[in-house]
Design a protein around this ligand. Structure first.
Ligand SMILES: *Cc1c(COP(=O)(O)O)cnc(C)c1O
Ligand SMILES: [Zn+2]
Length: 420
């Protein structure tokens, strides 16, 4: 394998039995016990990451390649993901009593969701190991991202998409050339069982956490945000939680920056879920070690963070939230709809799951979980265009019909602007 950047990764170790596996082949779960695998790094090999990043020609997430699993140069698969804008909370932050509010706008990613960080890396690693295909199951965005990067890499993607996924998401996955099947199941146990069998049989999967690579790229949230804030840590980071890959990866990234001496603490990680289907919120409220299936995913428009099976009982997510002193917040459909409108009034169009962090911040502010002094980063994980049905439902209708007639237009332009 030829790689112009030396990775600091040293092993993959099993969450359950602690066994270390070498990095030289494509693996998903532990070959001994079926536990989840996590990449371990020797950060002393990272050297001065900041100097390196500043001087290097790579862009986006690939500026941080030394902190990723090893990738061969000719396997690197990119569409320009990462380095998304960190936009100030503007008037909205002021109105909420949060002058240091920020939006990390991952709606600007190549396929319109933050999933692209993970798939750029996961496809690159899979390709490094010579894989020519694989599968994932998805509520839509993961499937689209997987399909796009697989297309780019000339790999065959197979996507089992949740029956509730909207037509646009399903069609997008097909458009990128993936093989798509609509997934039907009665209980999440059936999904776990199926995924477990496939993993143990050695079938390569891109499902979060069974695949040990995807969340490694979510560390770049932490790198990009802290770099942009001149190596200050935000006090609070808010991310929607489906499988938990996003929040776990971000937390891992902050910990690495702390270990590297670039920041001195880790933010409080706040996970957000739809109140209608909130296994992590439920586990935190009841003090459980792992989550159990609760709620009804069909009762929320926040498709991207509902109905995901909590692989391994969500234990990693619960750990990130608890050890960081964070929280898990459930948000109602009304709160989500309100957040979509308020974000749009700041020029940011988010799909429901991506607006949910703003809704959670509003309620965290009311509960005193965040205060005016806190620097708070809400990740906007996906674009409104991903769920056109919701946009059409929530947005105001056109005010009326008009001809190509200057007098008519003038009369209309004289009317005062709509109030917010
Ligand atoms: C996938 C997704 C989530 C949930 O992310 P996880 O890593 O599964 O927790 C949230 N928002 C959007 C827009 C997504 O696509
Ligand atoms: Zn094991």
């Amino acid at each position: 394998m030829k790689s112009s950047v030396t990775s600091c990764a040293v092993a993959l170790s099993c969450d359950d039995c602690g066994r270390n596996l070498p990095l030289d082949r494509a693996v998903t779960v532990c070959s001994d016990c079926g536990g989840l695998l996590e990449y371990r790094y020797d950060l002393s090999k990272a050297g001065n990451v900041v100097d390196y990043v500043a001087s290097h020609r790579a862009s986006g997430i690939w500026r941080w390649r030394a902190l990723f699993p090893p990738v061969a140069d000719d396997a690197l698969t990119t569409l320009g993901e990462g380095d998304t804008p960190l936009v100030s909370g503007g008037r909205l932050g002021g109105r909420m009593g949060l002058p240091h509010l920020w939006f990390k706008n991952d709606a600007l990613m190549p396929t319109g969701s933050f999933k692209d960080r993970g798939f750029s890396l996961a496809i690159s690693v899979a390709r490094t190991h010579g894989l020519t295909g694989g599968f994932t199951y998805s509520s839509g965005n993961a499937g689209a991202s997987f399909a796009a990067y697989a297309a780019r890499a000339g790999m065959q993607a197979t996507v089992f998409v949740e029956a509730a996924a909207n037509e646009t998401k399903v069609a997008t996955i097909s458009l990128y050339g993936a093989r798509v099947y609509r997934l039907h199941y009665e209980t999440s146990a059936q999904i776990f069982d199926t995924l477990d069998r496939l993993a143990r049989a050695g079938t390569y999967s891109f499902v979060n956490f069974i695949n040990p690579v995807r969340h490694e790229a979510m560390k770049t949230y932490a790198y990009e945000i802290c770099e942009r804030l001149d190596w200050r840590t935000p006090d609070v980071m808010v991310h929607p939680v489906g499988t938990g890959g996003g929040i776990w990866g971000a937390w891992k990234g902050f910990q690495e920056l702390r270990a590297l001496g670039l920041i001195d603490r880790v933010p409080r990680m706040i996970g957000v879920q739809p109140a209608a289907c909130a296994p992590i919120v439920d586990a935190i409220v009841h003090g459980r070690e792992s989550s159990v299936r609760t709620g009804d995913a069909s009762q929320t428009m926040a498709q991207s963070m509902a109905g995901d099976s909590m692989i391994h009982g969500g234990r990693r997510v619960l750990r990130a939230i608890r050890e960081s002193g964070g929280a898990a917040i459930g948000v109602t459909e009304t709160q989500i709809a309100d957040a979509i409108v308020r974000l749009a009034a700041e020029g940011i169009a988010a799909e429901p799951s991506a607006a949910a962090p703003l809704a959670a911040i509003a309620s965290a502010r009311e509960q005193g979980l965040v205060t005016a002094n806190d620097t708070v980063v809400a990740v906007v994980t996906g674009s409104a265009l991903k769920q056109p049905g919701v946009v059409q439902q929530i947005a105001p209708k056109p005010l009326g019909d008009v001809d190509a007639d200057a007098a008519q237009w003038l009369a209309l332009l004289d009317t005062p602007p709509r109030s917010a």
